[in-house]
Design a protein around this ligand. Structure first.
Ligand SMILES: NC(=O)c1ccc[n+]([C@@H]2O[C@H](COP(=O)([O-])OP(=O)(O)OC[C@H]3O[C@@H](n4cnc5c(N)ncnc54)[C@H](OP(=O)(O)O)[C@@H]3O)[C@@H](O)[C@H]2O)c1
Length: 251
């Protein structure tokens, strides 16, 4: 019997693949049989991810360095696909900058918006314009629990993730005629370098950990959900957001 969760024969682009959640999604996709195109800014970390990919499916993986807030570099990434359509795209690249509304600057707002919302949407646009998303393809955007709840100091970031979810819903309606699907994942705290940076900023996350009946998430937890959304197992699911939070919001 065919495994509906398999990604065998699929070509998948993962942004933010040089670290954290994006890196694990790329690794897990390769383990599920996909050919993976990875992208990130840091050449060395991107190379490390490339080395970590499962090569047993005998398909060539590809790494493309790109600063995704830069239009020319997004074009370089699209050109590197060489006209071969993708069956899935995971937009994981993003940043978190903490500041109360009273304190943030216009530049702060623009920076978070540029990578968390504008870049994934403009990259998606570039791919769709060139027919580089195959029919029945799956677009997955990594949003955040921050889009669903109020946490002091997280306003700018929360706003970008809420915008991402809202845009994803409209996009899902636009691409459904080609049976392309679009969905978001909304994780709460996941143990990655981004969380370590936040912990350094606020002192410690140990008190916050007590609010999670199932503990903080691991990159694997998000990767497994991404695999589901990329695979044929989710062929009837579009326009949705999966909240994954270890019980944070029911506790
Ligand atoms: N960790 C959490 O607790 C958590 C919770 C909810 C949602 N998320 C979301 O999950 C996603 C991944 O987060 P993470 O925890 O894996 O963070 P991370 O470990 O800091 O990784 C962030 C990734 O985004 C890339 N990136 C950042 N800015 C970029 C830019 N301008 N152009 C291209 N690539 C860029 C980084 O590339 P370089 O390595 O090259 O800099 C890196 O690969 C983000 O969208 C984040 O908002 C995270």
């Amino acid at each position: 019997m065919e495994n509906p969760f398999s990604l065998s024969g699929k070509r998948i682009l993962v942004t933010g693949a040089s670290s954290g959640i994006g890196r694990q999604i790329a690794i897990s996709c390769s383990q599920m049989g996909a050919q993976v195109v990875i992208t990130g800014r840091d050449r060395e970390r991107l190379k490390q991810t490339l080395e970590m990919l499962d090569k047993s499916a005998l398909v060539g993986h590809q790494a493309v360095q790109a600063e995704l807030t830069n239009a020319a570099e997004r074009e370089t990434l699209v050109a590197a696909l060489d006209g071969k359509p993708l069956n899935g795209v995971v937009h994981s690249a993003g940043i978190s900058r903490l500041s109360p509304v009273r304190m943030f600057t216009e530049q702060h707002l623009r920076e978070v918006q540029a990578i968390n919302v504008d870049a994934p949407m403009l990259l998606t646009q570039a791919l769709l314009k060139r027919n580089l998303v195959a029919p029945e393809g799956s677009l997955v955007f990594v949003a955040s629990i921050a889009a669903h709840i109020g946490v002091a100091g997280v306003g700018a970031y929360s706003g970008t993730k809420a915008a991402l979810i809202a845009m994803m819903r409209c996009l899902a309606m636009e691409v459904v005629k080609r049976r392309i699907r679009a969905n978001c994942l909304s994780p709460a705290l996941v143990e990655t370098p981004l969380l370590e940076a936040t912990a350094t900023m606020v002192g410690s996350m140990e008190q916050e950990r007590n609010n999670y009946p199932l503990g903080f998430g691991k990159p694997d937890d998000v990767a497994n959900a991404a695999i589901f959304l990329l695979s044929n197992a989710s062929r009837w699911i579009t326009g949705t957001t999966l909240v994954m939070d270890g019980g944070l919001t029911i506790s």
